[in-house]
Design a protein around this ligand. Structure first.
Ligand code: ATP
Ligand code: MG
Length: 599
């Protein structure tokens, strides 16, 4: 999307596209079979060649609402699938029985759809729950035991920690590492049967306690947890560890490129080890999925961590998950941000392995650019002051015509009523003008946009000196769109609404939730032992509610309909608090980046 007024910004590099293109050129995944659903090597072999050239997935854990960082991952995974003739799966990574909730599942489904991504394509519905793979996971664990690749460890948690070694020192073998296959199998069966309390035993992969990568020192793969799972109920009292479950989920779903954030880089050797062992045993189809790590999105002025977001919501620093100031996707939607804007932003920041902190202004610029193209124009006066046109007939109302979109004449224009009494912005009049001020001040002329040129003749004030009305006279031959419109040249150009036809409405102005770029981060000059709390960096003025005067047709705005209010920015009819005929508007973003600059 481009607009004539802005320079094109080229999309940033995405190294994962290069990997995908090289794989496609080499035909790496061309011989995979796909039975139509997740399954083992044997299940897949019964199906035809996979019509999907690649398979990616977005695998959220349903333990919170999605945030802007997840949007980067969603757009990347679904975007690659779409671009390269593939499919992208939405997979709920719900293998942890304790933290997950249907509310989160529903909100994730909504958010992914809102971003314009679909797990339904080419006749496939690729929506999966990792908990449906528990049977396979347990069977695979038993296979590892039978092949001598896993054992039941009965050390205490403390002993295991102590024997794990350090970054520089090797670990020590557990005394239970030499248990026989039969003994391990019997114990694991009894773990599954519920014979032991939580923590009594744990199943571990048998790799190498002296591996330089600590993740390869016999990582835990199955633990005892007597907990009810939201999907499988009480069927299981053993649950797979995430690092065991995730590669298997990918492989069962025939994922070709398993994309994750950088903190999983150290896990990749175990990811590969595990899938290799299972493929050797004939359980998984080759070629195996490839894990590829990229750097997560970090943005200034927000926090992108579920834990901190939960804290903001639970401690009521915000009104809920969909508070328009939160960097959640439900918050973004309510704020009026556009899914298209997320897409443009994601393209611009690209995908790399370098950690970076992206300026929030870049995000807002992407939003503005998209909205400038997409949003119709309307008129709102946010800080209304009466303007009285003394030489205009008191009982007259005439129509002026305002274009709905200056970049899209085909969207036509609409009539806006003009009369003797109007509302203008308080800042559009100064009794004593500052240097360079071009709008209304005594004896100066300015144009009422789409209407007439007026000459200011004075103002009324109350006992406190507050201006209650501005007076002017209009020049009848200067109406916009008539031959005389250009006969008088003026520099100021103001927006207005007719007082008798406009209506008062609530408008919510949002600002950044935090007043510093890196909330909670230490700053220059901090004492060495000072620990900052991100909550102390909350911006106390991040939300303001005002009563504005709006042009009459805005009464009909439907929830989530968005407009550019001329000279002010982009505003959306709130999807929660709007009533029929009385929408409440949220400001998504101002017209220009004015953060930190004087109004
Ligand atoms: P958080 O770290 O905020 O708690 P998470 O990683 O625990 O998030 P998951 O539900 O596990 O949340 O994430 C689903 C997917 O989203 C993962 O593939 C993860 O890598 C990706 N993801 C999470 N945060 C970001 C981020 N800031 N930038 C890019 N991708 C992210
Ligand atoms: Mg996670």
């Amino acid at each position: 999307m481009s607009s004539p007024n802005k320079p094109e910004v080229a999309p940033a590099a995405n190294f994962i596209k290069n990997i995908v293109e090289a794989d496609l050129a080499a035909g790496k995944h061309a011989q995979r079979h796909w039975s139509g659903q997740p399954g083992t090597a044997a299940d897949q072999a019964s199906g035809p060649l996979d019509p999907a050239k690649i398979r990616t997935r977005f695998p959220p854990e349903p333990n919170g609402y999605l945030h802007f960082g997840h949007a980067k991952s969603i757009l990347l995974n679904f975007g690659l699938a779409q671009q390269y003739g593939g499919r992208c799966h939405l997979r709920f990574d719900d293998t942890n029985p304790e933290k997950e909730d249907q509310e989160y599942v529903d909100s994730i489904v909504d958010a992914v759809k809102w971003l314009g991504c679909s797990w339904e394509s080419a006749g496939e519905t690729n929506l999966y729950y990792a908990s449906n793979y528990f049977d396979w996971m347990a069977a695979f664990a038993e296979y590892l035991i039978s092949a001598g690749h896993a054992y039941v460890d009965s050390q205490s948690a403390d002993e295991m920690r102590a024997n794990r070694g350090t970054l520089t020192g090797a670990g020590k073998d557990s005394p239970f590492r030499t248990r026989s296959v039969e003994e391990n199998m019997a114990l694991f069966k009894r773990m599954q049967a519920g014979e032991f309390p939580d923590g009594a035993h744990i199943l571990r992969a048998k790799i190498d306690m002296s591996a330089p990568n600590i993740n390869l020192r016999d990582p835990a793969i199955y633990r005892i947890r007597h907990a009810t799972h939201h999907n499988t109920g009480d069927k299981w009292c053993v649950y797979p560890m995430y690092t065991f479950a995730h590669p298997i989920e990918d492989a069962l779903e025939c994922i070709t490129h398993s994309i994750c954030t950088l903190e999983f880089e150290d896990q990749r050797p175990f990811y590969d080890w595990l899938l290799e062992r299972l493929a050797e045993g004939g359980l998984l189809q080759r070629p195996l999925p490839q894990q590829i790590e990229f750097s997560r999105l970090n943005l200034t002025y927000v926090v992108l961590s579920k834990r901190k977001l939960i804290q903001l919501v639970d401690e009521k620093h915000v009104s809920g998950w969909d508070d328009p100031r939160l960097p959640t996707l439900v918050g973004a939607r309510r704020r009026g941000y556009s899914a298209e804007g997320f897409r443009l932003f994601a393209e611009r920041i690209g995908v790399s392995k370098h950690d970076s902190l992206i300026d929030y202004a870049l995000f807002e610029d992407a939003m503005r650019e998209v909205m400038n193209e997409s949003d119709q124009r309307r008129i709102a006066v946010l800080d209304p002051v009466k303007l009285i046109i003394d030489n205009y007939p008191a009982d007259q109302v005439e129509e002026c015509f305002a274009p709905n979109h200056p970049l899209h004449p085909e969207l036509g224009q609409r009539a806006v009523p003009f009369s003797r009494e109007l509302w203008i912005e308080g800042e559009d009049f100064m009794e004593v003008p500052s240097k360079g001020y071009r709008r209304l001040f005594p004896d100066n002329m300015a144009r009422l946009r789409y209407g007439y040129v007026v000459k200011c003749i004075g103002c009324d004030k109350d006992a406190n000196g507050k201006i209650t009305a501005v007076h002017c006279e209009y020049l009848p031959e200067t109406k916009s769109g008539t031959p005389g419109a250009d006969s008088v040249k003026v520099k100021g150009n103001l927006h207005w609404v007719s007082a008798a036809q406009s209506y008062a409405a609530e408008i919510r102005l949002y600002d950044r939730l935090f007043s510093v770029a890196a909330p909670g981060a230490r700053r220059e000059g901090d004492a060495p032992d000072l620990e900052r709390n991100f909550l102390d960096d909350l911006n106390p003025n991040s939300r303001q509610s005002i009563t504005a005067q709006l042009e009459p047709c805005l009464r009909d705005a439907k929830p989530e309909e968005r407009f550019q209010f001329e000279r002010h920015g982009y505003f959306v009819a709130d999807r929660v608090d709007s009533k029929d005929g009385q929408p409440v508007f949220n400001r998504a973003v101002t017209l220009k980046d004015s953060w930190g600059k004087a109004g």
